[in-house]
Design a protein around this ligand. Structure first.
Ligand SMILES: [Fe+2]
Length: 195
């Protein structure tokens, strides 16, 4: 006999434990209250926020690349923040093209909206200036964990709206896989006390 789930179990399954603050203005709390609320989330607005968030993360890493310092300077400058910010340039390109391809809504690829959401994200985290190499990596690690949660939300909202395609699923999973790798790199970097 198949198991029957109640609405609380379904909600718990669909809702990540911890949501990044930058998603809150999208009324995440409201849509997590009932299954019906998930359908209320505007997918196009969420996609626009994701582009802005990624742009903000890109700017953050670019400045971290320049502001890397201390004994880990060479590795941080070139192979950690340097490689990540360059990779995110391509991720941004792919994300914007994917969203435009699926939704065909050109107003979502608006530089003003993207910059505005980008600032929203950047205001949530300390910048890398006047921080030690260890502190910079700690902030980056938190950004990555939050971004993975945000992608989980996007995935679930897209499914709830029945707009998930094989290609979108692959795209989100691929992006998440790459950022999970960043989590690994940063987790190792913050273990400075084991130098
Ligand atoms: Fe550079």
């Amino acid at each position: 006999m198949s198991k029957k789930f109640n609405s609380t179990e379904i909600r718990d399954f669909l809702t990540p434990q911890k949501k990044p603050a930058f998603m809150e203005s999208c009324n995440v709390d409201a849509w997590t209250q009932t299954m019906g609320d998930i359908a209320m989330v505007k997918v196009d607005e969420l996609c626009c926020k994701m582009i802005g968030a990624l742009r903000g993360i890109h700017t953050w890493y670019h400045t971290a690349h320049v502001l890397a310092k201390g004994t880990g300077f060479a590795g941080d400058h070139v192979h950690l923040y340097g490689e990540i910010y360059n990779e995110i340039t391509d991720q941004l390109d792919g994300t914007m093209e994917k969203i435009l391809g699926l939704l065909n809504e050109e107003s979502l690829i608006c530089p003003r909206k993207i910059t505005s959401h980008s600032l929203e994200l950047l205001e949530m985290y300390d910048g890398p200036s006047d921080k030690s190499g260890h502190e910079i990596a700690q902030i980056a690690l938190q950004i990555e964990k939050d971004f993975l949660t945000a992608m989980e939300i996007l995935y679930k909202v897209a499914k709830a709206h029945e707009m998930m395609t094989l290609g979108l699923e692959d795209f989100i999973a691929g992006l998440a896989n790459t950022h999970e790798r960043y989590v690994y790199l940063l987790q190792q970097r913050v273990k400075s006390n084991r130098d």
